[in-house]
Design a protein around this ligand. Sequence first.
Ligand SMILES: [Zn+2]
Ligand SMILES: [Zn+2]
Length: 267
Amino acid sequence: MPPRKTSRAACNVHCLGTGDGWPCADRNHSSYLYELAGTLLLIDCGESVTRSLTARKFDWNALDGIVLSHTHADHLGGLAMLLQGMWLEGRSRDLTIHLPGHVIKPLRNLLHHGYLFDELFGFQLKFQPLPVGKSFTVGKVRLTPHPTSHLDGFRRAFQKKYRVGFDAYCFVIEGAGKRVVHSADLGAPQDLLPVLTKPVDLLVCELAHFTPADLFATLGGHAIKQAAFIHLARNVRARLTSVKRMAARRLPDIPCRFPNDGDVLKF
Ligand SMILES: [Zn+2]
Ligand SMILES: [Zn+2]
């Protein structure tokens, strides 16, 4: 359950939406509230992030920042309602959204066409493009975005016709002496290799765009204290019992979890 306030000692991930990109009756779309080093950080804003936070009597001023990994609807689709909620509930702390730079202008336009004008907010809303190859901070947490190949196929197929960006990122999240990797959406498990060269306290990794066997083969032998597999594709969920057995067999040194919405990962 997301806290009203966070403590310095807490190292938690509140899984607000563990669903993938397909419509789903029992999972929200991607949103994860990280509680680390006294900082509350939201990664991705899939539907129904506002409902998830409201149901838990969330303190709207407690959130230190928002990070968007890419602009697929299952990661972005709840953002406008979240901002409308912050306006109506009277958030007063300035807020920065860190996101792929190509979408800042159209997103601002969308918000204005949805009557979310800057003058309505009781806080300053800022947008910061995710820096490639550099770190940035949210509160006391340091994030380093790493490009993934998630949208490379779309880039090849559509970049000549549609002048949009095709950026997708995974993140190294560091604070309070912990190092977490959050995959968001990948193109292949190998996208993670550059961020697995140092020990990881928690890996939060999607399992929708490749087979469990491929992912587990890539993760094997890396220094990962615990792993949580999220964003499971329908066909993976349908055989979850056997996938869990495979994870235990192929990753004997890594405790593996398959969280549902509402679960809290401690690390
Ligand atoms: Zn996704
Ligand atoms: Zn995606």
